[in-house]
Write a protein that binds this ligand. Sequence first.
Ligand code: SER
Length: 486
Amino acid sequence: MTSADIRQRFLNFFKERDHKVLPSSSLIPFGDPTTLFTIAGMVQFKPYFLGQAKPPYPRTATCQKVFRSVDIDLVGHDGHHLTFFEMLGNFSFGDYFKEKAIPYAWEFLTKELKLETARLWAGIHNDDDESFEIWKKTGVPPERIRRFGDEYNFWAAGPTGPCGPDSEIHYDWGEEYGCGRPDCGPNCEHCDRFLEVWNLVFITWNRDESGVRTPLPKKGIDTGMSLERLTSVVNQRRSLFDTDAFQPLIQHFAEEAGKPYGSDPETDVSYRVLADHARGTTMLLADGVVPANDGRGYVLRRVIRRAMVHARRLGPAVHLSSGVPIVARLLGPVYPEVKTQADRIAETVRSEEERFGVALRQGMERLQPLLERGTLHPEEVFYLHDTLGFPIELTAELAKERGIEVDLEAVAALMQSQRDRSRTATSNFSAPLAGRASRFVGYDHLEADTSVTDVFPVAGEAERGARRANRRHRLAELEWVESPRR
Ligand code: SER
């Protein structure tokens, strides 16, 4: 079954059960300062859960574009971490609750997709006897229902907002993938025999800044299931990268590199990174994120740069930007914004590749001997960042791959003293802005009335030249690479 079939079947299944199928919202959340990206299907529905807005439909279903950067370092190293993915979800705003959400999920997986019932386990919250009874009634034997605490069976979109206990459905790949411990089961810390497939959240409270949970006037249902994971389970592929959502990308990069996927574990990591990051980059750019040095733009830049490190490992013919048309072909039919902007997106990625290419080459030339030496001093990491523009997290990740520790606190201290120095140097320049807050409204509005409160001179070319010369001088003083401090 293709991922397109599964997506469609999910939406049809819930449509037939009176859910209004709605389009995905943007990866940039609208009017929600609590989260940088849309990290779940429920993000666009928060005001309905909180009772702040009246939902136009009591039940909805979506296939939502989602971007999560928390585990970016792990992407590529295994078969199941992703940055961008599509989240299938059904939602109830004060309409049905657990008594329907659980049987719906069970019916979809076992009747519609015909997953083997004996392979499905349920995780529930310690205190949730109600879900235990519903699962039992639905057909899951008690020995396949496990109880966990908040760390596994409580969900919230962020520190504040709608939240509640949840119940997860786990797929059992089979004993042969297990650790053999007698208590092995969902969330096992010793093996990856079990894969979490679907999360059913029972939205119950609104949590405030101090962590206090206030019961919501109406409880709700928020479910989320990664289309990529589901496709892998349905097609019995242990790795998400072996499904139709990723294979065309992997094959493309393997062709560029001239080495087949599956022939070498190290290059395979790079193929997976490129396949994931090509999707993440393309989808973020399609929703209007632009590479920048802070906020969302920085996350995007980081994704592109991480992909470039891996492209470089695969050889000079491999480029992240060449994956953009493939992503557009794969996801364009569902998300037209990708198709219509494919050329612009590829062009932006290409210009980032050019921009960072020199820094990457120079940085890697400097870094390689240090990595081979087996230690990295904070001054060296700082130098790479400050002089060559080589990102600290990339250095840290490359070091980690070789088992080398980086003292990130010491690096942060060097960065801070650098900031202090430059603040003093530019204090005259920034003085007129002191104490004034400006608000960026560009995500919500294309036009706004505002007042100009100050006019101040911008450094001229001569002054900028002097600053650059100063900077070079300061860096020459460092000269640590040739004689590192021990
Ligand atoms: N919001 C929950 C999650 O992201 C369920 O959709 O897991």
